[in-house]
Every structure is written in structure tokens, then in C-alpha cells.
Design a protein around this ligand. Structure first.
Ligand code: NAP
Length: 168
């Protein structure tokens, strides 16, 4: 089973504010949906809370929520208290799906520190934002990369962005 990470960041690594996203970019949302569909998405409890009820669990994906609470329940999702327990639960030889780490910042940090991330999809948005949550510092010199999508700003997407895939 592969472990990937997917994130959208502003120019300074901004990812969120007040437990919400800072931008509305439907073209990037579509990339996220197309990339993660039919796979497993692993998120922090705060990220789960931030998803509007009508959109959660995220459709057509196995939703996994990480929390330290022993009695937390998230309707439509599987709850784990530990990232490694979640990964080993899905790491069976028959498992063809990828585990996507979908944030937020605490869970990105946890996965990067654990060294389990083999691939990252990063949407680089060409704009600075007022934020309170940032993607962890990554030494990009240790990762190879390729551009997988470039999108200009248009009437529906207020900022240009580039999606890059990174691997080691
Ligand atoms: N731009 C993007 O691509 C993107 C993607 C995702 C999220 N976001 C943004 O990121 C922000 C949320 O990020 P965040 O860092 O505040 O929160 P988070 O990572 O989504 O969730 C943090 C929670 O995860 C649980 N957790 C953390 N470490 C754990 C561990 N070692 N073991 C078990 N559970 C653990 C804890 O839940 P309990 O408190 O319940 O114990 C903790 O409060 C929001 O603004 C959201 O919109 C942006």
C-alpha cells in the first residue's frame, strides 16, 4: 500500500485559518477529488470537523479520522488513535488503494516525521494569504518533482496554481 500526501498551500505554506480553508478554487477541488477518489483519506479530527456535514464523509473514499479521544465517533468514518495503527490496518497485501494523508497541519507533520510519505501532491497557489495554519517545512532538495497540472486564474478560480508531484 502506498502512502501519499495531498495539500494546497499559499506562497508561504499557508493552508488554513480559523479551522477553514482560505480560498475557493473549484479546479483544485476537482483535482483533489479525482486524485483521491476510490482511495483511503486520513485526516485529523480538526480537518474532519471543518468539512461541512453535507460533504462528509468525503464521497467515494474511505474516510479515516485521527484523534486522541478514546470515545470519539465520526459518522461514516473510521476512527483511529494512532497513525501507525491506521496505516497497518490498511496495509494488507490485497490492498490496492493508496492512503492519502489529507491534513491538516498536525497530521501532515505526524506523517512526515514518521517517514511514511512516499509521494506528495502539492498545489502551489500563486498568492499570499492571511493564515494561522501552515504546511510543515520540507527540504524539497530531497524530493524529485514534476508538474502535473497548471491552471491560470479565471472567473471561477481567483488564483493561478501549479500542482506538482514529489517523490524520493
Ligand atoms: N490547504 C489544505 O490543503 C488543507 C488540508 C487540510 C486541512 N487544512 C486546514 O488545516 C486546518 C486544520 O489543521 P490542524 O493542524 O489545526 O488540525 P488537524 O491536523 O486537522 O487535526 C488535529 C487533530 O488531530 C488529532 N491528532 C493530532 N496528532 C495526533 C496523534 N499523534 N495521534 C492521534 N490523533 C492526533 C487531534 O485530535 P483530538 O484533538 O480530537 O485529539 C488533533 O487535535 C484547517 O484550517 C483546515 O482548513 C488545509
Amino acid at each position: 500500500m502506498k502512502v501519499s500526501l495531498i495539500v494546497a498551500t499559499g506562497k508561504n505554506g499557508e493552508i488554513g485559518k480559523n479551522n477553514d480553508l482560505i480560498w475557493h478554487l473549484p479546479a483544485d477541488m476537482k483535482f483533489f477529488k479525482d486524485t483521491t477518489e476510490d482511495h483511503i483519506v486520513i485526516m485529523g479530527r480538526r480537518n474532519w470537523d471543518s468539512i461541512p456535514r453535507k460533504y462528509r464523509p468525503l464521497a467515494d473514499r474511505e474516510n479515516v479520522v485521527l484523534t486522541r479521544s478514546q470515545d470519539y465517533s465520526a459518522e461514516g468514518a473510521t476512527v483511529f488513535n494512532d497513525l501507525e495503527a491506521a496505516l497497518s490496518f490498511y496495509d494488507q497485501s490485497s490492498e490496492k488503494r493508496t492512503c492519502f494523508i489529507i491534513g491538516g497541519a498536525q497530521v501532515y507533520q505526524l506523517a512526515l516525521d514518521a517517514g511514511c510519505v512516499e509521494e506528495m501532491y502539492i498545489t502551489h497557489i500563486d498568492q499570499e494569504f492571511d493564515a494561522d495554519t501552515y504546511f510543515p517545512k520540507v527540504d524539497f532538495s530531497k524530493w524529485k518533482s514534476e508538474v502535473v497540472l497548471e491552471h491560470s486564474h479565471d472567473e471561477k478560480n481567483p488564483y493561478a496554481f501549479t500542482v506538482k508531484r514529489y517523490w524520493k
